[in-house]
Design a protein around this ligand. Structure first.
Ligand code: FES
Ligand SMILES: [Fe+2]
Length: 391
């Protein structure tokens, strides 16, 4: 039999959830329980968040299986900077500013993946190779005396890990995934996100603060209530355990079969069917590990009440038959449209309207919203206590 100390980190949380359910223990609420609504409405605070959090840390902009051949690329503007993500002839994926080094024209326009042998600026036709180097300047003699060799595309720090494409747009510190992920590195390894394939990706704009959307996925209180007509019956009521791992969160949410294994040895524990793990990777990523596929969400604030949500469905292998494709289409439709859009994002958008109304000065967290309080601890540790801007 496995010893508890031999279990991988996420299964130690599984074991703790078992203990908590067996002994009917619920963790007490950490310190924060009353959050000012201004935290979700303050433009100056959001500007700080975008600079300190979204530009200061590695951010996932895609999965490597989106780009399988040299020249495949997509653009990404959701961080407020025009980015171009490209697979090169040497098979490396690189990120560049999608900006011509002549007079700043945007090089590529497509948000969907396309394939090109090089990037030719529409304006005066400067041409760049897939590694960003400048390879042709029409009438180059007209730039006599200018060193064109250093006019390759400006590169953005980029790393592939666990299948995800991570970039960091701020230049104040290096991209450091080891310290960013900590133990979450082992979790992503255990769940094999690097062996998955992108099946579908949707990009939608929600009229809600990005923090409200993070919170919807750290909240064990709502699952059987808000989702009573969809996935709620698949879960136990308010039985979730959470770990803070550096600035990240790991949550194990007990599924309906969980009571069957309360006295079973670790060999019988199933990390995809007895619980659903939901990870928050600082600052803007939610990953939900469903029994047979993975939902990855990247949240990109555009304003205090506007967030772009990129939802990517990762499946274990490309569908080979129509039947397999139909299976994944149905699974994606249920989670994207039936659960996330119609239920989770619906409440986020309506809570945003409610907060802006002035009816409440604060929002309240109870002990079942422990994960949200941990999220607020992380934000406070990074940025200090919230202070409303003078109006
Ligand atoms: S701005 Fe791109 S070639 Fe002139
Ligand atoms: Fe939910």
């Amino acid at each position: 039999m496995s010893k508890l100390s031999d279990l991988p980190p996420h299964m130690k949380l599984f074991a703790r959830l078992l203990d908590e359910v067996k002994s009917d223990y619920r963790p007490p609420l950490p310190e924060i329980h009353d959050v000012p609504v201004a935290f979700y409405l303050d433009d100056d605070w959001l500007a700080r968040e975008r600079f300190e959090l979204f530009a200061g840390y590695p951010i996932i902009v895609g999965h490597e299986t989106m780009l399988t051949q040299a020249g495949e690329h997509f653009t990404h503007d959701h961080l407020g900077k025009p980015l171009l993500i490209v697979r090169g002839r040497d098979d490396h994926i690189r990120a560049f500013y999608n900006v011509c080094r002549h007079r700043g024209m945007r090089l590529a326009q497509n948000t969907e993946v396309m394939r090109k042998p090089s990037f030719v600026c529409p304006y005066h036709h400067w041409a760049y190779d897939l590694d960003g180097s400048l390879k042709n300047v029409p009438l180059s003699e007209s730039f006599d005396g200018v060193n064109l060799s250093c006019r390759g595309l400006k590169e953005v720090p980029c790393e592939i890990r666990h299948g995800f494409i991570w970039v960091q747009i701020g230049e104040t510190k290096p991209l450091d995934l080891n310290s960013h992920l900590g133990e979450i590195d082992a979790d992503l390894d255990a769940f094999g996100t690097g062996d998955q394939h992108v099946f579908r990706q949707t990009t939608t704009t929600k009229k809600a603060n990005w923090k409200l959307i993070v919170e919807a996925f750290q909240d064990g209180y709502h699952v059987v209530r808000l989702h009573q007509k969809s996935v709620g019956p698949l879960f136990m009521d308010a039985r979730a355990s959470m770990d803070r791992v550096g600035n990240n969160l790991r949550a194990a949410v007990a599924r309906a079969f969980f009571p069957e294994i309360l006295n079973a040895p670790p060999e019988k524990w199933d990390d995809r069917n007895h619980v659903s793990f939901a990870h928050y990777i600082f600052p803007n990523t939610i990953i939900v590990f469903h029994p047979d596929y993975i939902s990855h969400m990247g949240l990109f604030p555009q304003g205090v009440d506007e967030t772009v949500v990129v939802h990517t469905c990762l499946i274990p292998k490309e569908p080979e038959t129509e039947k397999e494709r139909d299976h994944w289409e149905r699974a994606f439709d249920i989670i994207e449209n039936g659960v996330f859009q119609a239920e989770d994002f619906f409440v986020c958008e309506n809570a945003q309207i409610g907060m802006a109304s002035g009816a409440n000065e604060t929002l309240l967290l109870g002990a079942q919203e422990y994960g949200i309080a941990l999220f607020h601890d992380i934000l406070r540790d990074e940025m200090g206590p919230f202070r409303q801007s003078p109006s």
